[in-house]
Design a protein around this ligand. Structure first.
Ligand SMILES: Cc1cc2nc3c(=O)[nH]c(=O)nc-3n(C[C@H](O)[C@H](O)[C@H](O)COP(=O)(O)OP(=O)(O)OC[C@H]3O[C@@H](n4cnc5c(N)ncnc54)[C@H](O)[C@@H]3O)c2cc1C
Length: 485
């Protein structure tokens, strides 16, 4: 089966019967009809349609070596620098549709799976069936264009409730080994788009290491359909609304975050990528170059979002007659400089890429991590600027329906801009509100700061990238003519 289109995506999501809870009630309607999910599903369907357009065929797809069908280019393991550029162009097309607001556009998880696949030999060395399982699973997802979500991070108490082999531990773990597979129980704090996908990839970092080569019941990686027996999804409050005039962002891009609970879920043997070997958790990320491959996709998303911010800020400033204010110019040029910086980091990541011993071409991690460190502050600064420029107009924005009420004439007279009709001006400031003041923007801001790890983890990643620190140190010793090493 080749790539899927939007209709096929919707049909597959609607066929699922997942245990999904929203606001204390079980969701029993097809998800494409539910107010919390339908906008996102429409957007995602448009993205799948995009990859089927004839004139984008060579950008969005490639020919599978196994089926000779056209499959999604985000599954392509790059083996040349040109492959990396092709992957970036594919991500740019999708980012052009979601403007960086979808953290889980299909290319994100497809890239994640592709990265783990490039480390199949690591799993094969641990146990041949593990490597085989991951290879088969990767091919299955590629050939069926499966939509994936992932669950890595556990709730705080799961991390703190004592060693995993103690009875009181709440850590996610294998609670029984059956001939057919592993039985898993535990909870994951976040799976973004957990309900609007088909399969969930589970790869936690064990909460406690046991050492000495012991079998750690918390060390595993597997993937299962999100509707298998025993999985429950609990939603946070939705920020989605239906009207694209009143809520231009959340009506399209609201990605639901769900807590995922595994209650004695049977993971079939052929879906287990490893079990018990705690050292493999970290090694699979490292040797699959997860942060580099996924970071490359993320950086394209950052660039699309920054361009969207710049456009919005300029239009807002013109609307407020503030576009030649020195303070505005000072602020927007900082963001413009950051955009150039992000673009340069992407060029650096691509041109400084290296080949692995297995022949894959990996983008350079340091520039990508640098972008990940810088972007959350840029994001926050952009939202602050939106609020500053918008001032009270961020708040006082009637609904689209008010323009069809008996008050239409008042609104058209008193809310018009210098050169814009009231309805256009309000559309603009409703967008500004969703980003700068509303729940959608608040969640986006939190996402950008945390989705790739907490600040400490990201700082460690950056520090670990610096291979020249000893050289820099010796420059100081030499400069001061000191003896230090
Ligand atoms: C919107 C959103 C969507 C997400 N989607 C997913 C998903 O789909 N799948 C998934 O697996 N995960 C997802 N995540 C989880 C994300 O990966 C985690 O938030 C991230 O790894 C941090 O883990 P944590 O939240 O458990 O916080 P922790 O790492 O436990 O940190 C807790 C607190 O301690 C602080 N902290 C930690 N170390 C230090 C330090 N040295 N100095 C100062 N403060 C410190 C942190 O800033 C934070 O305030 C999502 C997160 C968000 C916000």
């Amino acid at each position: 089966m080749p790539i899927k289109n939007g209709k096929q995506y919707i049909e597959r999501i609607n066929r699922k019967r997942i245990r999904l809870w929203y606001n204390g009630e079980r969701v029993n309607v097809p998800l494409s009809e539910h107010p919390a999910f339908r906008g996102l599903i429409r957007t995602q369907a448009a993205m799948y349609d995009k990859q089927c357009e004839d004139d984008l065929r060579d950008i969005m797809t490639y020919v599978s070596s196994t089926s000779e069908e056209r499959v999604g280019l985000s599954f392509l393991p790059p083996t040349t620098p040109d492959d990396l550029v092709r992957r970036r162009r594919m991500s740019e097309i999708w980012a052009g549709l979601h403007h960086g607001f979808l953290g889980r556009s299909p290319d994100y998880m497809n890239t994640a799976l592709m990265s783990f696949y490039t480390a199949c030999s690591l799993l094969e060395a641990a146990m041949p069936e593990y490597g085989r399982n991951l290879r088969t699973y990767y091919e299955y997802c590629r050939e069926h264009d499966i939509t994936l979500s992932h669950a890595f991070v556990q709730p705080m108490i799961s991390k703190m409730s004592g060693p995993v082999d103690h009875e009181e531990s709440l850590a996610a773990k294998v609670v029984e080994i059956q001939p057919e597979g592993l039985v898993v129980s535990g909870a994951f704090l976040m799976a973004t788009q957990g309900p609007t996908c088909e399969e969930i990839l589970v790869l936690p970092t064990p909460t406690f290491m046991l050492g000495d080569g012991q079998v750690n019941p918390s060390a595993f990686a597997f993937a299962v359909p999100n509707d298998v027996e025993g999985i429950t999804f609990i939603c946070r409050e939705s920020h989605a609304f239906d009207s694209s005039y009143d809520h231009p962002l959340s009506s399209r891009f609201e990605e639901m975050d769900t807590m995922v609970i595994f209650d004695r879920v049977l993971v079939p043997r052929d879906r287990v990528f490893f079990f018990g070997k705690e050292e493999l958790c970290d090694r699979l990320f490292r040797e699959g170059h997860f942060h580099a491959y996924v970071g490359h996709q993320i950086l394209t998303r950052y660039i699309a979002k920054t361009e969207f911010f710049l456009g919005l800020l300029q239009v807002l400033a013109e609307e407020q007659n503030a576009d030649s204010e020195p303070t505005f110019l000072q602020s927007i040029t900082k963001l413009m400089a950051m955009l150039e910086n992000l673009k340069a980091l992407r060029v650096a990541a691509e041109t400084d890429g290296t080949f692995t011993s297995s022949g894959y071409f990996v983008p350079a991690l340091a520039p990508l991590t640098a972008a990940g460190i810088q972007f959350p502050d840029l994001h926050e600064e952009a939202l602050r600027l939106i609020r500053t420029i918008s001032a009270s107009q961020l708040i006082m924005n009637p609904f689209g329906a008010d323009f069809f009420s008996e008050n239409e004439a008042y609104l058209n007279a008193y809310l018009q801009g210098i050169s814009s009709p009231a309805k256009d001006r309000i559309a603009l400031f409703r967008l500004a509100w969703e980003l700068g003041g509303g729940a959608f923007g608040g969640r986006q801001n939190q996402f950008e700061r945390f989705f790739f790890g907490n600040g400490k983890t990201i700082a460690n990643r950056m520090y670990g990238c610096c291979e020249s620190m000893e050289q820099y140190k010796s420059r100081i010793y030499q400069f001061l003519e000191l003896k230090g090493e």
